[in-house]
Write a protein that binds this ligand. Structure first.
Ligand code: AMP
Length: 213
């Protein structure tokens, strides 16, 4: 199954993606995670992206398109994939269409996670992330031990772009560029709107029901 997770920052894409990949046995292709790793490793890609990411701005389409083209070519993605954080602009969605067409593939479902802006701001400003495995924690999904990642025992950090002044910029990018994708995919009948409020388990159940229905 080939899926796209659409939704504003803080809607729960990463958290739900981690659950869904176990359930569906497909890889999560997250441009945000790949870019953060490149920044941490100090690669040329990371050096290009770092300032934009920290400012809460989108990195250029050509950069992320290249990342996804490479990820789609991997053996792991041959039997299906879950795109998390890509596409984020109409030109990225058009590039993705071309990449999939070349490989004789198509998107089966676009899961559109819906959370009001006020809740997003609250979630993002209370969010901590594991720099090693990228798992995020917040009021809805706290770690078992305060400040420590459940998965690998490492210390949790607040992402630079989760600082209060960057959150507004990220939401602005979302509403001016990414929200247009609901219309882009709408005519294909693949968009499944999911209420993203409630517990992580409740949202997961809604997603599972949407994929089955
Ligand atoms: P995320 O973890 O998905 O919220 O992404 C963190 C940051 O990485 C974003 O705020 C952007 O700076 C950058 N980024 C991730 N995915 C994309 C994308 N598809 N297009 C442009 N920038 C992206």
């Amino acid at each position: 199954m080939n899926l796209i997770f659409l939704g504003p920052p803080g809607a729960g894409k990463g958290t739900q993606a981690q659950r869904l990949i176990t359930r569906l046995r497909v890889p999560q292709l997250s441009t945000g995670d790949i870019l953060r790793k490149a920044v941490a490793d100090g690669t040329p890609l990371g050096q290009q992206a770092q300032a934009l990411m920290e400012a809460g701005k989108l990195v250029p389409d050509e950069i992320v398109n290249g990342i996804i083209d490479e990820a789609l070519a991997s053996k792991a993605a041959a039997g299906g994939f879950l795109l998390d954080g890509f596409p984020r602009t109409v030109p990225q969605a058009e590039a993705l269409d071309a990449m999939l067409e070349r490989r004789g593939k198509k998107i089966d479902h676009v899961l559109s996670l819906q959370v009001p802006d006020l809740d997003l701001q609250q979630r993002l400003s209370g969010r901590q992330t594991c720099p090693k495995c990228q798992t995020t924690y917040g009021p809805q999904s706290p770690p078992k031990q305060k400040g420590i990642c459940d998965r690998d025992g490492g210390p949790l950090l607040v992402r630079a772009d989760d600082q209060p002044d960057r959150i507004g910029q990220r939401l602005k990018e979302y509403w001016s560029k990414t929200a247009l994708l609901t219309g882009y995919y709408g005519s294909r009948g693949v968009v499944r709107a999911i209420d993203g409020l409630g517990t992580v388990d409740q949202v997961e159940q809604r997603i599972v029901a949407a994929l089955a229905g």
